[in-house]
Design a protein around this ligand. Structure first.
Ligand code: FES
Length: 183
């Protein structure tokens, strides 16, 4: 049987060319894989963004500051909200209560009951908030008085801008003793 030439017996010039080709081939493959990985990161981040992004509410005007200058009891105010959820912007509405403490400082309370999310009502005659679902009662400043709610009504971040009271509406985890922002 005829013996096959070993690798050492192949023409050395041919061997060098083959080695060069395979070296550049590997280099090209590694470069392409690296570029692919670099390009994939922003694409993946964009595609997966809605999965890890928390929806956010922007600041909304509650009303002109003058409207609340003679406030002696909590007043309900409607809010138009812009909720940014992943790539989507959703227009929604909510209600808040504007309050004033004895020092004249304005406060804003969410009207969502911290127990299970019903809308809390202001009872003028009783001088207190009352939740119609399970009977939680809160003081005019939102402090919990009685009923199953584990905490007082939720205060919301607010500020005055160009003579307007602005509020950042937030949603909180229900039925837990401490305020936990959800969105
Ligand atoms: S939802 Fe308000 S007391 Fe239950």
């Amino acid at each position: 049987m005829e013996e096959q030439p070993s690798i050492l017996e192949v023409n050395p010039k041919e061997n060098i060319i083959i080695n060069r080709r395979s070296f550049f081939g590997t280099l090209l493959a590694v470069g392409a894989a690296g570029m692919g990985a670099i390009l994939a990161v922003p694409v993946l981040r964009y595609v997966l963004y809605p999965l890890y992004a928390r929806s956010k509410n922007t600041w909304s005007p509650v009303g002109a500051l003058d409207t609340f200058s003679n406030l002696s009891k909590p007043i309900m105010a409607p809010l138009d909200l812009k909720q940014v959820d992943g790539w989507r912007e959703v227009d929604t509405s909510q209600t808040v209560y504007v309050t004033k403490d004895p020092q004249g400082e304005l406060g804003v309370l969410s009207s969502i009951c911290p127990h299970m999310g019903c809308t809390v009502a202001w009872h003028e005659s009783q001088d207190e908030f009352y939740c119609p679902c399970h009977g939680s009662v809160f003081k005019a400043n939102g402090e919990h008085v009685s009923g199953p709610s584990p905490r007082g009504m939720d205060p919301l971040p607010h500020e005055v801008e160009d003579g307007k009271l602005m509020v950042k509406f937030e949603y909180f985890r229900e039925n837990v003793p401490n305020q936990e922002v959800l969105s």
